[in-house]
Write a protein that binds this ligand. Structure first.
Ligand code: PLP
Ligand code: SF4
Length: 403
C-alpha cells in the first residue's frame, strides 16, 4: 500500500514537473533527493545502493537534484551518474590509509576560509553547500555539514588575501560557490577585484553538471563584470553533457568566461579509454577545455572508487597523441599531506644525454633528439624588460603556509 505521506510529496520526475519549476534552480535545490524513498521514485535501487543509503547517515550526506537524477539509468546500477551520486555499501569500508583531510588543507589554512599551499595562489572556501554530494568528494569533512563559513570568516579571508601580496590567483571554492545568491557572489568578486595584486579569479563548481538552470544571464553577466574570472567545472562522464549542461556552459563562454574541466578518474565510472575519450571530446565540442584529470585522493570511504596508478598511466597513454591534444588534460596526483598536484604519466624520455636525448613516441618508437650545442640559456633582454621591476620572490606573504 502506498502511504498518504508518500502521495503528498511533490513530483520530481521530469515528465511530471512543470517547466516553470524544472528550470528554476532554486526548485532543483529545494527538491533534492536525499533518501532511498526519494530515489526509489526515479530508479530501481539495487541491494548495494540500498545498503549504501542505509549506512550513509553516518558517513556523508546524500543530495541529488531532480535534474541530475533524471540522467540516471533507471535499470542499470552501473550507470556513471548513479555511481557518483548514490553511496554503495563499500563506502563504510574504511581503510587505515584513508584520511579525513587527504590533502592537508586543515594545516595550510592561515585563516579558516583560506587554504594557502602554493606561493602565488590560494583557495577561498566561501560556502559549504553543494548541488550534489559526490561520493568521491575529497572535502566531505567540510561540505554538507552544519558549520557553514560565516560572514566574519569570509571577511577574515578577504583580509588575509588583501595583505598577502604574493597571491595573484584566488580559487573560490567550497562547497559550490555558484549556490551563493548572485548578489553575494558579486560582492565577494568585487572585493577580490579591488585587491590590486589579485590578477585572476577562478571559480570551482559542479553546478553546470548538476543544476545548469542556475547559469542565467544575470549570473554570467556578474562573472563577466569581474573578468578575468575562469570557471572550472567537474564533468566526469560524457553522459553528463546534456543539452541543458551544454547551454549553461555556452552562456558562460558567450559572456567571455572561459570554462575548464577538472575530472576525477573513477573506477567503473570513466576508467576506460573509450569513456575518457568520449568525455574529453564532448567537453571540447561544448567549448570546455579539459584541464586536470585527478587520480582519486585517499579520502575516507573511497577505496572502491580509486584506480591503480599503473592503470591510470596506461589509460593516459591512450590519450596523448591518439586524440586531439586540446582535449588531453594533465593527469595528476594531489600529494597526501599537502605537497600539491604532481603530473604523472607515461615516460616519454628513454635516455637523457648532454649530446642526445632518446625520446619515445606515443606509438612506442624510439627517436633521437639531438641537444643544442650551446649550454648557456640566459636571456639577456630580461635585464632590459624587467629593469626596476621587483622579482616575485620579493613579495610578502605567509611563506610558512606553503613551505
Ligand atoms: C589545486 C589547488 C590550487 C590550484 O592549483 P593549479 O595547479 O594552479 O590549478 C591552489 N591551491 C590549492 C590548495 C589547491 O589544492
Ligand atoms: S560538488 Fe565538489 S565539493 Fe561538492 S560534493 Fe561534489 S566534489 Fe565535493
Amino acid at each position: 500500500m502506498v502511504s498518504p505521506l508518500r502521495l503528498a510529496r511533490p513530483p520530481v520526475r521530469r515528465a511530471e514537473v512543470a517547466d516553470r519549476d524544472w528550470y528554476d534552480w532554486r526548485w532543483q535545490l529545494r527538491n533534492m533527493l536525499t533518501s532511498a524513498d526519494d530515489l526509489a521514485r526515479v530508479i530501481d535501487l539495487s541491494d548495494e545502493e540500498r545498503a549504501g543509503l542505509a549506512a550513509s547517515a553516518a558517513l556523508f550526506r546524500v543530495g541529488i537534484t531532480p535534474y541530475y537524477a533524471s540522467l540516471m539509468d533507471p535499470a542499470h546500477a552501473a550507470c556513471p551518474v548513479r555511481l557518483q551520486a548514490i553511496p554503495r555499501a563499500a563506502e563504510a569500508d574504511i581503510r587505515d590509509e584513508e584520511l579525513r583531510d587527504p590533502l592537508g588543507e586543515d594545516t595550510h589554512n592561515p585563516v579558516k576560509a583560506v587554504v594557502h599551499k602554493y606561493p602565488d595562489r590560494c583557495l577561498f572556501l566561501v560556502i559549504d553547500r553543494c548541488a550534489i554530494y559526490c561520493r568521491h568528494c575529497n572535502r566531505r569533512r567540510l561540505v554538507g555539514g552544519d558549520d557553514p563559513p560565516t560572514s566574519s570568516e569570509i571577511e577574515e579571508g578577504l583580509a588575509y588575501i588583501a595583505k598577502t601580496r604574493r597571491i595573484r590567483d584566488v580559487l573560490i571554492s567550497g562547497g559550490d560557490p555558484l549556490l551563493l545568491a548572485t548578489g553575494k557572489l558579486d560582492y565577494i568578486l568585487g572585493r577580490l577585484r579591488a585587491i590590486p595584486h589579485v590578477e585572476i579569479i577562478r571559480i570551482g563548481t559542479r553546478v553546470p553538471v548538476v543544476n545548469p538552470m542556475r547559469i542565467d544571464d544575470e549570473l554570467a553577466s556578474v562573472l563577466r563584470k569581474h573578468a578575468p574570472v575562469y570557471v572550472n567545472t567537474h564533468f566526469n562522464h560524457a553522459k553528463e553533457l546534456t543539452p541543458d549542461a551544454i547551454a549553461g556552459c555556452a552562456r558562460l563562454v558567450d559572456h567571455g568566461v572561459p570554462v575548464g574541466n577538472q575530472a576525477v578518474l573513477l573506477r567503473g565510472i570513466n576508467s576506460s579509454v573509450r569513456s575518457l575519450r568520449a568525455l574529453l571530446r564532448a567537453c571540447l565540442r561544448a567549448r570546455i577545455k579539459p584541464y586536470y584529470l585527478f587520480q582519486g585522493d585517499t579520502v575516507i570511504g573511497t577505496d572502491h572508487l580509486r584506480v591503480p596508478v599503473e592503470k591510470a598511466i596506461e589509460l593516459y597513454g591512450q590519450l596523448r597523441g591518439w586524440m586531439t591534444g586540446m582535449g588531453v588534460p594533465h593527469l595528476v596526483i594531489d600529494a597526501p599531506g599537502g605537497g600539491g598536484k604532481l603530473p604523472i604519466g607515461p615516460q616519454y624520455i628513454e635516455s637523457l644525454g648532454e649530446d642526445n636525448v632518446v625520446v619515445r613516441t606515443y606509438r612506442g618508437a624510439l627517436v633521437d633528439y639531438p641537444q643544442p650545442r650551446a649550454r648557456d640559456i640566459g636571456v639577456a633582454y630580461d635585464d632590459v624588460f624587467f629593469a626596476g621591476v621587483p622579482d616575485d620572490d620579493d613579495r610578502e606573504g605567509s611563506a610558512e603556509f606553503f613551505e
